[in-house]
Design a protein around this ligand. Structure first.
Ligand SMILES: [Zn+2]
Length: 605
């Protein structure tokens, strides 16, 4: 799975409405359930309910300076923003079948007679990227008159359950790969669905040509209400054919100024139609681009509440910070030396990895929000062949609402002597070296197994904790190289402590929060942190030894690949005392606005 490594990721959706499994119902009754489901629409929220959420929402506006771009690059930006608008609509459509219709109706009302209510509802839609709001008590509720959120979203057929899909795949093993492909859309095998897919092939002969055999397979399908799947390229044919054209127009515009970026955009455009991202991923990860970069397509699977396999659409348009990228590239040059210093078995690593510092011009779909760093692609095969690219999102990391909340939390948690130690650049460095940390350490178990397969439910949290600890462990070596000075190293330590703060007791299914609490408890028990009343004091001189010891523990557990040992390790370090609870209450009080709505200058916002 891909790792987003964000400070503020969208929480993974809890399954919503439970619908009786279709396979237990006769077809007529199943249709009746569907009809009831579709009509069981919640009433629209009133202004007071909308306000309650919006009052807890901070806005941030991203608007990097674009005047340094060449004329071709500026044209490419407008083409890619247009492609982004398509990706945004696709994403909303993937998440809720009534999203686009409800938005169109709301926009029409607002255009006719704008009111405070229509304005608030449009902001809520923007904040939630659809008609389902996250409430203050972390539930998901429709705020427009639409059906409640269902776990199948709009990437499996309405009413389909995990059990029904799994049973169908067991009975039809030859269809399993198609049904659970990360870039396919699952349908019910009925005349209307099959006709719609065949019509898409008729409308777009290019898709018929790129998917040989698909037409014949669709024609031969039994219309028996079972399941089948089509590539996203066919399910979203009109939008993706349009996106392909825009990517080509952007490529033509930058051909003279940035031929490598142009080549990547052409590959990616074809990927969207071929439903195969390998060519574009290779060009993306290994490319040297001038001023622009773009993440385009469907990558992350967090929104699939049934199986966690379906990728949702996104587009991020980024402007390179040349000076900071060069500094970072130089700093991450000698990775082998850092790897060799780790308390881990020897391993050869890449000396250089593609990492860049960017300002977000605009994000669309799944990528929209306050993610601070991205590492892609996710597919293990592509990552092994071509590596991965790290995109650090500087203007998100340093945006006032995000940084202010981090500083406020740190000050609420620590004794006054430490309050001035943390600053934004330290959080940037910690994030950078966390991402680099994912490249280092142990990459398989002693007996050669894949870490995810061996450690299962503990794999993610151990990998994330390793990355956190590598970022801290590398501090003294980078101080010796002159990369940090004493104050910067101290600030990095402060950021490491800030990272461990929890404003609620973590649930075991929250890998980030769980591993953060484990670090805090280890730091407390080993004298790096200590309680002074209800606040924490930091003993900086203890940092190298205490971090190295925990990192050794994590790497040992990964290397052993023993699931039971991993779970015992997690249980040992996730204790929660009255002092933790009191600190959490202080952090909640210092927390500031709960939600963040991002606006983009490039979109005229
Ligand atoms: Zn990470």
């Amino acid at each position: 799975m891909g790792r987003l490594c964000a400070f503020a990721r969208r929480p993974v959706a809890a399954p919503g409405l439970t619908i009786p499994p279709m396979r237990t119902l006769p077809p007529a009754l199943a249709l009746a359930v569907l009809a009831v489901t579709a009509s069981a629409q919640a009433p629209e929220w009133d202004l007071a309910r909308a306000r309650a959420i919006l009052d807890q929402t901070a806005e941030l506006r991203l608007a990097p300076e674009l005047s340094g771009l060449g004329p071709g690059e500026r044209t490419a930006v407008t083409k890619l923003l247009d492609a982004g608008v398509l990706m945004q609509a696709l994403y909303e459509q993937q998440r809720h079948p009534q999203a686009l219709a409800s938005k169109a109706a709301l926009d029409a009302r607002h255009a006719q007679a704008p009111t405070e209510l229509t304005r608030a509802l449009r902001d809520l839609y923007r904040l939630n990227q659809g008609p389902i709001a996250v409430t203050l008590d972390n539930r998901r509720e429709p705020f427009l008159a639409v059906a409640p959120q269902a776990p199948e979203r709009n990437v499996y057929p309405a009413g389909a359950t995990a059990e029904a899909l799994e049973a169908f795949a067991q009975a039809h093993p030859g269809r399993r790969a198609e049904l659970f492909d990360t870039r396919s859309v699952v349908r019910r095998a009925d005349a209307a669905s099959i006709a719609a897919d065949l019509a898409a092939l008729d409308r777009h002969p290019v898709l018929d040509g790129l998917h040989p055999g698909l037409r014949a397979r669709l024609q031969a399908l039994p219309r028996d209400g079972g399941f089948y799947a089509v590539p996203q390229a066919v399910a979203h044919a009109d939008e993706l054919v349009a996106a392909h054209r825009l990517l080509h127009e952007a490529a033509d515009a930058v051909e003279d100024e940035d031929p490598e970026f142009a080549g990547y955009l052409r590959h990616r455009g074809r990927d969207l139609l071929a439903n195969d991202y390998e060519a574009g991923d290779a060009a993306w990860v290994s490319g040297h681009f001038r001023n622009l970069n773009a993440q385009v397509g469907s990558y992350e699977t967090y929104d699939d509440a049934l199986f966690g396999v379906k990728a949702f659409f996104s587009l991020s348009l980024l402007k390179k910070d040349a000076e900071r990228s060069a500094a970072v590239a130089q700093a991450v040059g000698g990775l082998q030396a850092i790897q060799d210093a780790l308390p881990a078995p020897p391993r050869r690593v890449r000396e250089q990895i593609p990492v860049g510092v960017y300002d977000v011009i605009a994000d669309f779909g799944q990528a929209r929000g306050t993610n601070t760093a991205t590492i892609l692609p996710n597919e293990a095969l592509h990552a092994r062949r071509y590596g991965r690219v790290i995109l650090l999102r500087r203007n998100v990391m340093t945006a006032a609402p995000i940084l202010d909340a981090q500083l406020a939390a740190f000050r609420a948690a620590t004794v006054p002597a430490h309050h001035a130690e943390l600053h934004g650049d330290a959080e940037f460095q910690r994030t950078l070296w966390h991402e680099v940390g994912h490249y280092l350490g142990v990459d398989r178990t002693a007996d050669g197994r894949d870490l995810d397969a061996a450690l299962q439910g503990a794999a993610d949290l151990l990998e994330e904790m390793k990355a956190d600890l590598v970022s801290l462990f590398a501090g003294p070596a980078l101080r010796a190289r002159g990369y940090y000075d004493d104050a910067a190293l101290k600030a990095l330590h402060a950021a490491g402590v800030r990272r461990t703060l929890q404003n609620n007791r973590p649930r075991r299914d929250q890998p980030y929060q769980t591993m953060q609490l484990m670090q805090q408890n280890w730091f407390l028990e080993h004298g790096l942190l200590s309680w002074q009343g209800d606040a924490l004091a930091i003993r900086h001189e203890r940092y190298p030894e205490v971090v190295a010891a925990l990192l050794k523990e994590v790497l040992d557990v990964q290397h052993a690949g023993d699931r039971a040992r991993a779970e015992a390790f997690v249980a040992r370090w996730t204790g929660w005392s009255e002092r933790h609870e009191a600190l959490a209450a202080k952090l909640r009080a210092a927390g500031g606005p709960r939600f963040r709505l991002v606006r983009y200058g490039a979109l005229g916002e």
